[in-house]
Unconditional design. Structure first.
Length: 117
């Protein structure tokens, strides 16, 4: 089970930190991704971190502004978001990808992030 928290409303230029708490003993067996889905648009992967935290990926639109990290001892993955823009407004989801698998097997319920001009 994945549970996101930390969403909310912020003005452009502000920051938010999203958290995703995972239950279960095998958290370190999963790569973790953050996705977002804006109203009327598809859900897109924006950041990913491998099982150890040693490798990360960011989509171009968030590079240099967002940072993904994880704490395997605490079964939590984070998304630090800075210099937020109105176009970052979306529902943000975390998801777990078992090492060696292509699909994300587990998803959180999502948390809303709203950035006002």
């Amino acid at each position: 089970q994945l549970v996101e928290s930390g969403g909310g409303s912020v003005q452009a230029g502000g920051s938010l930190r999203l958290s995703c708490a995972a239950s279960g003993p095998t958290f370190s067996s999963y790569a973790m991704g953050w996705f977002r889905q804006a109203s009327g648009k598809e859900r897109d992967l924006i950041a990913r971190i491998n099982w150890s935290g040693g490798s990360t990926y960011y989509t171009d639109s968030v590079k240099g502004r967002f940072t993904i990290s994880r704490d395997n001892a605490d079964n939590t993955v984070y998304l630090q978001m800075s210099s937020l823009k109105p176009e970052d407004t979306a529902v943000y989801f975390c998801a777990a990808q078992l090492v060696g698998q292509a699909d994300y097997a587990y998803w959180g319920q999502g948390t809303q992030v709203t950035v006002s001009p």
